[in-house]
Design a protein around this ligand. Structure first.
Ligand code: NAD
Length: 471
């Protein structure tokens, strides 16, 4: 058990407000500001993960039928890698950043201090129950905050495994897990936090934003939406098909950055479909319901929702089994903008295909919708790629692959417009959970009297000169 010094807040008070009160008290003690403390906590977190590795895999298997290989790459392994990345860089990131000072203020020095906000709240969804909770937490811990974690009630086994792991290794006045659903989160949001990072649906994001506004709490909103993939005719077909099948059907399509729908060039469409079908069989066998590597829909409600999106020109899959919450990898061809499957984020193993002929058509299609979280372009043609980059907007872009841009900790991960605001990942996470405090330190020398009243015409002339030439 990691120890943190005791404080006068009542540790026996395990109510939500009791926990937040003790975290605030602990934060105010200054303990978490110490870089050595942060390093120790990040190291402890890594240890906690290693001790609980098997429990976490079992929980994700139970909640989502996630295979160990998938859970390792997309949740566990990436989190451990990010802990190591943060540990390697924390001393560099936390150093004050010197900036230049205008001549008028010299002699002086100016710098930016990265300071923790205080007590942060992280609310996460069920689809990547480890990555979406601990990715933000690493930023919060590296920045020196205390933190309340609210995992999703829809992945109950993982939520409980996380709660057990955190309470075993950390005192609640530093890190606490509060489990529960909408009522518990609604109560939590009545409390004043110093920062909130929410990951989930756009509709819930609006509720969080409104609740945070009552306390003027800054927020990062990591939301969802329909992330398109454009498949140009000038591609490596085999690699494109393989990467899209992987991106779409990992976690049974329940990935915020999964390619939601595919805009495919008319000239390549038939060959693309043939290869995608072959690869689905290669990955999951002739009957994906028997594959240990193909996930299940999280619950009955989502199963019904996704099932109801399947209609029209179904060229692959379409099979469902309510008893297992299984939906086969499904492809729908000739999809129109008005079709049901295009009215909401799919968040399931259903791939709509929309044919296009000119790049402008694909761009116009995307620009009619909300700004997506991710945009995928598969093309060898630089001009086509540049045109798409220049004429669209999205949280992130991945060219010639699907969702691996999240794995680069040097890139921010976040949305724009309806897909969210703010970002995290590696250094960006540290910056998100840090207040950038501006410091200008002047000398007592050279106290220019022209800046003080009473003002004469001569003083004003000097001030105009100073504003133009010395600032
Ligand atoms: P959700 O919005 O239903 O739930 C997310 C969290 O908010 C959960 O912890 C839940 O308990 C809480 N919550 C739900 N309704 C609430 C309410 N009315 N008041 C207060 N709290 C509430 O989302 P979900 O179904 O868990 O996740 C799926 C969504 O999350 C998809 O839209 C997906 O695209 C998005 N997502 C985004 C990212 C990202 O990084 N941008 C990552 C994963 C998932």
């Amino acid at each position: 058990m990691d120890t943190v010094s005791n404080n006068n807040a009542n540790p026996a008070d395990t109510s939500q407000s009791g926990i937040i009160h003790s975290q605030r008290y602990y934060f105010n003690s200054g303990a978490t500001k110490d870089i050595q403390f942060r390093i120790k906590q990040l190291t402890t977190l890594k240890k906690a993960f290693l001790v609980h590795e098997k429990n976490l895999y079992a929980a994700m298997k139970s909640d989502l039928n996630k295979s160990e290989a998938e859970a390792y790459t997309t949740e566990f392994g990436i989190t451990i890698a990010e802990i190591e990345h943060n540990l390697k860089n924390i001393r560099k990131w936390t150093k004050p950043v010197r900036v230049s000072t205008p001549l008028f203020f010299l002699p002086a020095k100016s710098y930016i201090r990265y300071e923790p906000y205080g007590v942060a709240l992280i609310i996460s969804p069920w689809n990547y129950p480890i990555k979406n909770l601990f990715g933000p937490l690493l930023g919060a811990m590296t920045a020196g905050n205390c933190c309340v974690l609210k995992p999703s009630e829809l992945a109950p086994a993982t939520s409980s495994a996380i709660s057990k792991m955190i309470s075993e290794f950390f005192k609640p006045e530093y890190l606490a897990v509060i489990e529960g659903g909408i009522p518990e989160t609604t109560d939590l949001l009545k409390e004043k936090f110093d920062y909130i990072l929410f990951t989930g649906g756009t509709a819930t994001g609006k509720i969080i934003y409104e609740a945070a506004a009552k306390h003027l709490t800054p927020v990062t909103l990591e939301l969802g939406g329909k992330s398109p993939a454009i498949v140009d005719r000038d591609i490596n077909l085999d690699v494109t098909a393989r990467r899209i099948v992987w991106g779409k059907f990992t976690n049974a399509g329940q990935t915020c950055v999964a390619p939601d729908y595919i805009l495919v060039h008319k000239e390549i469409k038939n060959r693309f479909i043939t290869r995608v079908n072959e690869i689905i069989t290669e990955f999951f066998g002739k009957d994906p319901s028997t594959s240990p590597d193909f996930g299940r829909i999280i619950n009955q409600k989502h199963f019904e929702r996704v099932k109801n999106l399947i209609s029209g020109d179904i060229i692959t899959g379409g099979l469902t089994d309510a008893s297992q919450r299984y939906i086969a990898p499904t492809i729908i061809d000739n999809v129109k903008p008005g079709d049901k499957v295009m009215q909401e984020e799919i968040f399931g193993p259903v791939m709509p295909l929309i044919e296009y002929e000119k790049t402008e058509e694909a761009i116009a299609f995307i620009n009619k919708g909300e700004k997506p979280l991710a945009l995928y372009v598969f093309s060898k043609n630089k001009k086509t790629v540049d045109k798409i980059l220049n004429e669209t907007s999205s949280g992130g872009v991945c060219i010639n692959d699907a969702f691996v841009h999240l794995g680069n900790m040097n890139l921010p991960f976040g949305g724009t417009g309806n897909s969210g605001m703010g970002a995290y990942n590696g250094k960006t996470g540290f910056e998100t959970f840090s207040h950038k405090r501006a410091v200008l330190k002047r000398s007592f020398l050279f106290d220019v009297k022209q800046r003080y009243a009473p003002y004469s015409a001569g003083k004003l002339g000097f001030l105009k000169f100073a504003m133009k030439k010395l600032l």
